[in-house]
Ligand binder design. Structure first.
Ligand code: HEM
Length: 661
């Protein structure tokens, strides 16, 4: 998901950040530090275009303009200094627009209330601000003017500070504040404010009971460049129509067929780990999980084999560039990518644009190939339709006669790709981290895998037998929810708990806080899969009354919940069945950082050894029917049980109907 790709630090006013580290080339010297703007400009005698780099939106959230002072560069020309000035001016404009949009100027309501916004727009326009900036900036002012009235005083209020944004990921201080201020509080950063929700009944109100009164807010703004009007950022009618088209594609037969795909992809990873174990080399598991889940989702969504475990160029690089950009934008202080000229000048933006174009072209050709396949089929479309050669979601959508523009279809595919990639990778990463700290849980898990699977590959029937494995995933998702915060904006006035709130509030529902609340969990910090009864229902937001919502809830609940649960269960079972995993000796302590999901700061370096038992040589016979020219898989488990029997209390049917009412 990305967050759902999402970090609420977006649009915090620049002045609330502290600047203390910059990427500085040798010999560069500081010519100006603007405390007000928190921008630091480093000097150059004769800069070249290659020497200029803007470091905004970095993980460490520092902003700086760096120019080299090394002698003459072959690329330097007479216009060099002029270009620097132009860039700095653009920068200044962007910064000011962002500060206006962030509501910085709403702090002094007394004078701002007197402002004529139309006049302000006219004046700024004369000063050369582009129209799009103005629209955003004025909208920001308007939004902030509407907030901050009498109801605001009633909601407990916390004040953010530079220290608050220090080095810990943002959801950690939010947890501390939750323990102090309770399940609903307002977090103020200067004039900007956010409502932080950590109370299950309020989360339920927003996500389910009154979901129509809330939109995706800033999340939609961040993700627009890569997901367009895809399901995650879309709101209103577009979302309703696309959800109705996409949910049926993830039917029971499809998800069952995916088990073989999960196993095949995990087997490729096992081969890599075999080699590492043999050579005694440590492995960085986070990036391997990212590749595993990219391979899975490419095949599952549009029948494309990224083969990213062995291939790192071309389309794989383009996808990673787009993903990284989405994450960088989600934590950006200043939206530099909104500056029209910046798109053409900044090497990063040029690379992003080229990558998006490359991905779009690839998707277009995959859509074409699939269309031809569908046209040549003797099609009998029905509810559980699935093409054996190409069971992908794209094939289902085209076969269903879905009347959709190719741009919308691309947005949908891209959204599914991103939503289903980083989330599952993060779940696997943190599960292995947690297991490395609890050897007794690992032992119990391996015992279950040995007795259920032995040396064979998992099938759909095993999903209901791998009970403890599923509980390990459930518990990992409790401690490390992906994403740790869900973002919404109120579209109308509402009442949350006992507090009235106004239209236009930016809201963060902290799943991290909900999942670790001392009010709802015994020993909330403990990794304890046993807290979930082994023969009980699979825990979800409904049976846990919104104190546990790993896949969200209400009409916008994740469409890939079962897919993801089975994917992670299959990968976990196969890996721990074959290997032992320990933290690598001398590895950095594992820290957290946020993008769309929770990442490690330095990767997850582990030592992998073969378990002392005969190595598993899996046989795909009878499980993967055909690997034809397209390398596609189907599941032979024709007598699969209903997925709902697997203990997954499916809420998808429920969500489809809720979503479409
Ligand atoms: C363990 C892996 C996953 C986790 C933890 C996860 C989590 C979530 C969460 C929490 C949401 C709700 C976001 C919100 O309310 O703002 C969501 C939405 C979504 N997820 Fe997942 N997800 C996972 C895997 C997947 C996969 C594999 C797919 C696709 C095959 C997928 C597709 C989506 C889509 C399309 C949405 C948006 C639904 C809508 O707004 O109608 N997710 N996911």
């Amino acid at each position: 998901m990305a967050p759902s790709a999402s970090c609420p630090l977006l649009q915090l006013p620049a002045q609330s950040l502290n600047s203390k580290a910059f990427l500085l080339r040798p010999n560069a010297k500081i010519i100006a530090i603007s405390k007000r703007s928190n921008l630091t400009y480093f000097s150059t005698s004769t800069p070249s275009k290659n020497d200029i780099s803007i470091h905004g939106a970095s993980r460490s959230r520092y902003v700086g303009v760096v120019c080299s002072s090394k002698g003459k560069d072959p690329e330097i020309n007479e216009d060099g200094v002029k270009r620097v000035e132009q860039l700095l001016e653009e920068r200044r404009q962007a910064e000011l627009a962002a500060r206006i949009a962030s509501g910085e100027f709403t702090a002094e309501q007394s004078w701002l209330g007197l402002l004529n916004l139309a006049k302000l727009r006219g004046t700024l326009s004369k000063l050369g601000f582009p129209g799009k900036f103005l629209a955003d900036a004025i909208a920001g002012v308007e939004r902030n003017l509407k907030i901050g009235e009498e109801d605001e005083l009633q909601i407990p209020q916390a004040k953010g500070s530079a220290g608050f944004i220090g080095s810990a990921p943002f959801f950690i201080p939010l947890y501390e504040l939750f323990l102090t201020y309770g399940g609903l509080f307002r977090l103020k950063f200067g004039p900007k404010s956010f409502l932080i929700v950590s109370d299950p009944s309020i989360a339920k109100r927003i996500l389910r009971e009154n979901s129509k009164a809330y939109s995706k807010g800033i999340l939609a703004e961040i993700l627009e460049f890569v997901m367009g009007q895809g399901l995650i950022p879309a709101d209103g009618e577009v979302w309703r129509v696309r959800r109705r088209a996409i949910v049926p594609a993830l039917h029971q037969k499809y998800v069952s067929a995916m088990i073989s795909l999960f196993a095949q992809a995990t087997e490729r990873l096992c081969s890599k780990l075999d080699a590492a174990a043999q050579d005694g080399e440590d492995v960085e598991m986070e990036s391997l999980f990212s590749r595993l889940t990219l391979d899975v989702i490419g095949k599952a969504v549009f029948n494309y084999d990224f083969d990213s475990l062995s291939n790192d160029t071309g389309i794989v690089e383009a996808v990673y560039t787009a993903l990284r950009e989405a994450e960088l934008r989600s934590i950006a202080v200043i939206p530099t990518w909104k500056i029209p000229i910046w798109k053409d000048l900044s090497p990063r933006q040029r690379k992003v644009n080229a990558s998006i174009k490359f991905i779009n072209d690839t998707l277009d050709s995959l859509i074409d190939i699939c269309k031809k396949m569908v046209e040549s089929e003797e099609l009998q479309f029905h509810e559980e339709y699935m093409n054996e050669q190409d069971p992908s979601i794209l094939h289902f959508l085209l076969a269903s006669g879905d009347d959709v523009s190719s741009k919308q279809l691309r947005d949908d595919l891209m959204t599914l790709l991103i939503a289903g990639h980083e989330t599952s990778a993060a779940v696997l990463t943190w599960t292995f981290y947690l297991l490395s700290k609890e050897p007794s849980v690992m032992l119990k898990l391996q015992n279950e895998v040995d007795s259920v699977l032995g040396d064979r590959l998992p099938t759909i029937d095993d999903m209901k037998r791998l009970k403890y494995t599923t509980r390990v995933i459930n518990e990992s998702l409790r401690l490390y929810p992906q994403p740790p915060v869900l973002i919404r904006r109120s579209l109308e006035n509402d009442v949350l708990g006992k507090y009235p709130i106004k239209r236009g509030e930016d809201i963060f529902i902290s799943t991290w806080n909900l999942h670790r609340s001392p009010e709802h969990w015994v020993e909330p910090e403990k990794f304890n899969p046993e807290r979930w009864p082994i023969d009980g229902h699979n825990p979800n937001e409904i049976n846990q009354n919104y104190s546990y919502l790993p896949f969200g809830g209400g009409p916008r609940k994740c469409v890939g919940d079962m897919f993801a649960t089975f994917e992670t269960v299959v990968a976990l079972a196969m890996l721990v069945g074959r290997f032992n995993f320990e933290m690598a000796i001398g590895a950095e302590p594992v820290g957290m950082t946020t993008g769309a999901t929770i990442h490690t700061t330095e990767g997850l370096k582990m030592t992998v050894t073969h378990r002392i038992k005969a190595p598993v040589i899996p046989s795909f016979e009878n499980q993967i029917l055909a690997v034809n020219g397209n390398n596609t898989y189907t599941n032979a488990s024709s007598s699969s049980p209903g997925i709902s029997e697997v203990g997954q209390e499916s809420s998808q049917q429920d969500e489809v109907s809720t979503a479409c009412t």
